[in-house]
Design a protein around this ligand. Structure first.
Ligand code: NAD
Ligand code: MLT
Length: 312
């Protein structure tokens, strides 16, 4: 009997090809299923491959009697009930490297758009208004970029921001002096990073410990007129606290790729002219989607075949 693999979110064709070429695998592609629909079919499958849309809940897993592996085509596994999967002996793997560069580049695009108010000026011009007075920006040159979470993406952002002659100060509980020195950045505690930075970008996973890591108290520590970026996960920054910090002029601008609840439409933050946003596009490049799809498909095959695998 071939292994049955369900792909429940859009996945790059290159990854699907890896699975289609495997003689011992039968591939089923069904995106946009409700949780109830998924619950009704999941018992048939040996493997499930998801991106961020499918919520792999404890309830769904309780129906997954045959499931051996869940593959996440991307980094964050916050849409997967990890503890329930572990208790049921289901392996969860992700693709940790494939979208690092794309997400770092997206963060830099947001940083530049934010500092020069490009999306706001673009909108005005599209409405046929030639407004040069309202969009005076600030330079990045010589400014301090605070990075919270100096893992793969945070480190790539640091390298690129140095190219703009920014000073980098970073907080990460696992950052070593050696890594900081190698990257030519300064290591500091979270409070110092928040107090010294002109721009603050978060690159942690969303965990119990990082939920609302940046909230009312943390905004109070920041410089007047600070700029904030979140291209990691909605929920790391408390959205209510951010709204208030913008309203009381503590925060001059915010760039958000991610939201606590997605899709984020009719969101109060999107009403504010200080906020620029993209709909979770950090990893949306041809290259990143190919990389993560190929990586996760190979890993899923290894697990189905009881071969050694990398990313548990
Ligand atoms: P990573 O694991 O390489 O780095 C995360 C870093 O955060 C680690 O160094 C870790 O030590 C640090 N960290 C953990 N808890 C912290 C805390 N309390 N304070 C400060 N630092 C803390 O992961 P990565 O590849 O750099 O990705 C980071 C996150 O970005 C992912 O978990 C994912 O949620 C998100 N992401 C978003 C997109 C997007 O499309 N917007 C794309 C890729 C990844
Ligand atoms: C990730 O965690 O890899 C990102 O959010 C990107 C994605 O899900 O496409």
């Amino acid at each position: 009997m071939p292994f049955k693999v369900l792909i429940s979110d859009p996945l790059s064709d290159d990854g699907i090809q890896v699975l289609l070429q495997a003689e011992d695998v039968e591939v089923h592609r069904q995106s946009g299923l409700s949780e109830a629909e998924l619950c009704s079919i999941i018992a048939d499958f040996d493997a499930l491959i998801v991106r961020s849309q499918t919520q792999v809940t404890k309830d769904l897993l309780s129906h997954a009697t045959k499931l051996k592996v869940i593959g996440r085509a991307g980094v964050g596994v916050d849409n997967i009930a990890l503890q329930a999967a572990t208790e049921l002996g289901i392996v969860v793997i992700n693709a940790p490297d494939g979208n690092t560069i794309s997400t770092a580049e997206h963060t830099m695009s947001m940083l530049m758009s934010l500092s020069r108010r490009i999306p706001q000026a673009y909108l005005k011009l599209k409405q046929n208004e030639w407004d040069r007075k309202s969009f005076v920006g600030v330079e990045l040159n010589g400014k301090t970029l605070g990075i919270v979470g100096l893992g793969r993406i945070g480190a790539e952002v640091a390298k690129r921001a140095k190219g703009f002659n920014m000073q980098i100060v970073a907080f990460d509980p696992f950052l070593t002096q050696e890594k900081a020195e190698k990257l030519g950045i300064r290591y500091a505690g979270l409070e110092t990073v928040l107090a010294e930075a002109d721009f603050i970008t978060v690159h942690t996973p969303l965990l119990k410990e990082t939920k609302h890591l940046i909230s009312h108290k943390q905004f109070e520590l920041m410089k007047q007129g600070v700029h904030i970026l979140n291209c990691a996960r909605g929920g790391i920054i408390d959205e209510d606290a951010l709204y208030h910090a913008i309203m009381n002029k503590k925060v001059a601008g915010a760039a958000l790729d991610v939201f606590e609840i997605e899709p984020a439409v009719n969101h109060p933050l999107l009403e504010l002219p200080e906020v620029i946003a993209t709909p979770h596009l950090g990893a949306s490049t041809v290259e990143a989607q190919e990389n993560v799809a190929i990586d996760v498909s190979h890993e899923v095959l290894h697990i189905l075949r009881d071969l050694p695998f990398k990313n548990a």
